[in-house]
Design a protein around this ligand. Structure first.
Ligand SMILES: [Mn+2]
Length: 317
């Protein structure tokens, strides 16, 4: 059932002992949403813990350091920034069918929760949570604001993608006015400019890895587990690479394919302009947003590539 802010408020004010689930391959938005919501629940006197199927990359530690994920038998299950229970990773089996409240901004949301607060036009799940906190008139701590800002900044590509709403700019302005203590420039430097050495090496090799198809309209970069091992790159270092696939001129769709398990490729699709990659990914069992979406394809690298090329070709017709 889809709900509005008032039902979400009633639910949060009356819940206890909440587990907040974030998606696998965590990004700034799901971590910001998880830890931001945890702060809001704390303001309401509700214990909570944030869980993620994958280890949270070091560069996000400013949101998680010193935050106690309390130990209790959960009575409430909340999911943030998760369109499909498949994206919960190992938590799908435990909590997938028991989610009471989902707060999300993916148009492809599968409506798997008892109640879903879905704002498909919002820049980030963090934008929805900020609006909810304002609606509820709860205090937004410095830490909470830091988390929510990070989610909005990362999902909007530092306020430059098409998905950036007027509201995202307003929230950033409100935060800049209200939170002198937050070093916004530092957050953006760490989110967008600072790289690990492995990542720097990978990006340097990126042009060699780019393969173009359909007269240059589709660019694919496929990275197998063997390649990652040879380059000395860990999985978290692959996060956020997908937008680079769009940098080559004439590209309409860019796809980063990363082998997550042997014979299983996590595919991140990006659209330069008019092609709706969420629709393409839905034909491959995934989903997401019009300009940023994803899916998982099983098979060897050539089989997986062929599936991507066929799906994009069909969409371009
Ligand atoms: Mn998001």
């Amino acid at each position: 059932m889809y709900i509005g802010y008032s039902e979400a408020e009633t639910f949060l004010r009356n819940c206890e002992d909440a587990v907040i689930i974030t998606h696998q391959s965590p990004d700034g938005d799901c971590i910001g949403a998880g830890y931001g919501l945890k702060d809001i629940l704390a303001e309401l006197g509700v214990r909570s813990r944030v869980v993620c199927s994958d280890e949270i990359p070091q560069r996000y530690s400013f949101m998680t350091d010193g935050i106690e994920n309390e130990d209790f038998e959960p009575k409430t299950i909340i999911a943030v920034d998760i369109a499909d229970t498949k994206l919960m990773g190992r938590y799908e089996e435990i909590y997938g069918s028991k989610v009471q409240l989902c707060i999300d901004h993916h148009e492809s949301n599968k409506n798997y929760a008892e109640m879903t607060l879905l704002r498909p036009k919002a820049t980030a799940a963090c934008e929805v949570i900020y609006n909810l906190a304002k609606y509820m008139e709860v205090n937004i701590s410095i830490h909470c604001a830091t988390c929510l800002y990070t989610g909005i900044a990362t999902d909007s590509g530092c306020f430059k993608y098409d998905c950036t709403t007027p509201r995202a700019h307003e929230i950033a302005a409100e935060m800049k006015r209200c939170y002198n203590e937050i070093n916004f420039a530092r957050i953006n430097r760490y989110m967008f400019e600072v790289k690990t050495k492995g990542r720097m090496i990978l990006e340097a090799k990126f042009s060699d890895l780019m393969e173009d198809y359909i007269g240059g309209k589709l660019v694919i970069v496929a990275v197998t587990m063997d390649m990652m091992e040879n380059m000395g790159i860990s999985a978290p270092e692959m996060e956020g690479l997908a937008p680079i696939t769009l940098q080559l001129e004439d590209t309409e769709v860019g796809v980063l394919m990363r082998e997550r398990e042997p014979g299983e490729f996590k595919c991140s699709f990006r659209s330069a302009d008019e092609i709706n990659v969420s629709e393409i990914c839905q034909t491959l069992g995934g989903g997401g947003h019009a300009k940023a979406a994803g899916c998982t394809i099983k098979g060897d690298v050539e089989t997986a590539k062929a599936a991507v090329i066929a799906a994009v070709e069909k969409a371009l017709k």
